[in-house]
Design a protein around this ligand. Structure first.
Ligand code: NDP
Length: 451
């Protein structure tokens, strides 16, 4: 395990003490602190005024009750969260996640990561994250709407175009954003398009926002491969998940000539020897909201399905792995298997999908490794473009928006690579992303006084 610099160790110990039991948050903080030893050696002033301690402490944490009535007339209760982590660079910005695993530690880790990710985009946005332990699986459309309305009934007090601008994440897509925006509008009596991003096109959304995270990760990996004179063309790719990020990763990888061999959901994974049929997968996931086994039933020949408890998608041999489901889905054991099978690049579409052990194994094996806070920043960057369009009451074409996204991803790639070089660790995108993101946030906080 990489160690935390001895000057930073007390800060980490204090984070552990103040946030007991929040393992994902500890993991995210530790990964950033591990990179900062080189920064404080070069710029000791970042140790002054408890700057790093302040960056590790959210500005505000809101936890609330979300009561709602199900289709049987029974009252259900969930817990809602919004962690407003850091607003030194702009209004808090980050998605909302609906998943039964959600708790305050998960939302804090996501908000912490988001702060550096948003800084890396170079756009004027701070970091935040929210969500609920609500499980949307199997819920009717009416139940989803009533839940979203109740969630927003509390959340609306804490957000706003200039305050905090949520978007989607796991379990929250265009439908849920629509229900939440509708409730916000009723409660505030304001058509404040810039309060939420990920809206549908016909009421203020941005073209290419749906595609942005998956496309962005693919652009990032393309840039990494190019540093070795390689491209996606002819490469075998495995993409975990089959939600928003995964589907549009597959779309872009295929357009670059890559062959996507396998995808998954929480029930298991499928392998399609002839390459994933994206139109079929989209039909199953976006229209029918079905399961992975539906793909096997529809396609049959050349396809096999492996149950989640019988194996890992990372057993499937590939040149490029793009984990796009959830945190800690790719373990040390998975990384060893991928390396043994000859993987050359990994691009994290999800947030923190690789365990620290897995990252170490990839880096020691010389695998190009793109951490989520850089590689999946295309989603939030395009959300910031949506805010720009809303503020100017304008609407850009798909090509114009995608061109901006491609440039932003290239800039993030270059910033990470150049920072890694500057700090004596060429090719270490984890270090590059952590330091480049940290320096931007730290400079702003420094300039704003003790905040
Ligand atoms: P979706 O809800 O659209 O899709 C999530 C996918 O991951 C589903 O296929 C889901 O399967 C699967 N999944 C979720 N939990 C697990 C689990 N424990 N084990 C296996 N599979 C699981 O979410 P998104 O695609 O939006 O988000 C995916 C990841 O990308 C998350 O880490 C998110 O934070 C990150 N991200 C998303 C952005 C965005 O713009 N949407 C931006 C940046 C990062 P099932 O349906 O069976 O649960």
């Amino acid at each position: 395990m990489v160690s935390v610099d001895e000057k930073l160790e007390p800060i980490f110990q204090e984070v552990l003490r103040r946030n007991a039991g929040e393992q994902e948050f500890h993991q995210a903080v530790r990964e950033v602190l591990e990179s900062l030893g080189r920064v404080i050696a070069k710029h000791p002033r970042y140790l002054e005024n408890a700057l790093i301690e302040r960056i590790c402490e959210p500005e505000r944490q809101i936890i609330f009750r979300v009561p709602w009535v199900d289709d049987q007339g029974q009252v259900q209760i969930n817990r809602g969260f919004r962690v407003q982590f850091n607003s030194a660079l702009g209004p808090y910005k980050g998605g909302i996640r609906f998943h039964p695993s959600v708790n305050v530690g998960i939302i804090k880790f996501l908000g912490f990561e988001q702060t550096f990710k948003n800084a890396l985009t170079g756009m004027p946005i701070g970091g935040g994250k929210g969500g609920s332990d609500f499980n949307p699986r199997g819920r009717s459309d009416g139940e989803i709407m009533r839940f979203c309305q109740s969630f927003m009934t509390e959340l609306h007090r804490h957000i706003g175009e200039y305050t905090d601008v949520p978007a989607g994440d796991i379990g929250v897509g265009g439908r849920e954003i629509g229900y939440m925006f509708g409730q916000y509008k009723r409660l505030t009596n304001r058509y404040e398009a810039g309060v939420l991003t990920g809206k549908a096109l016909f009421y203020g959304g941005s073209r290419a926002r749906t595609e942005a995270t998956g496309y962005g990760n693919t652009y990032f990996v393309q840039a990494m491969l190019a540093t070795k004179g390689q491209s996606f063309d002819g490469k075998k790719v495995v993409v975990s998940g089959s939600g928003n990020v995964a589907l549009y990763t597959i779309e872009k990888v295929q357009s670059f000539g890559g062959k996507v061999m396998a995808v998954s959901d929480s029930s298991g994974y499928i392998v399609d020897e002839s390459g994933i049929d994206l139109a079929l997968l989209k039909e199953i996931k976006e229209v029918r909201r079905g399961r992975m086994s539906d793909y096997l039933r529809a396609k049959g020949k050349g396809v096999y399905f492996v149950n989640a408890d019988a194996g890992s998608i990372w057993d499937v041999p590939c040149d490029v792995a793009m984990p796009s489901a959830t945190q800690n889905e790719l373990t040390g054991k998975d990384a060893r298997k991928l390396v043994a099978n000859g993987v050359t690049a990994v691009g994290e579409g999800a947030n923190m999908p690789s365990t620290p052990d897995a990252i170490r194994i990839f880096q020691e094996a010389g695998v190009l490794f793109a951490p989520g806070k850089a590689a999946n920043a295309g989603g939030v960057a395009t959300s910031a473009l949506e805010m720009q369009q809303n503020a100017s009451r304008d609407s850009w074409t798909f090509d114009q928006t995608e061109a901006r996204l491609a440039t932003i991803m290239r800039n993030i790639h270059d910033a990470c690579a150049e920072t890694a070089d500057e700090y004596g660790a060429p090719g270490d995108y984890v270090l590059g992303a952590n330091i480049a993101g940290f320096v931007r946030v730290a400079q702003a906080m420094d300039a704003l006084g003790v905040i």
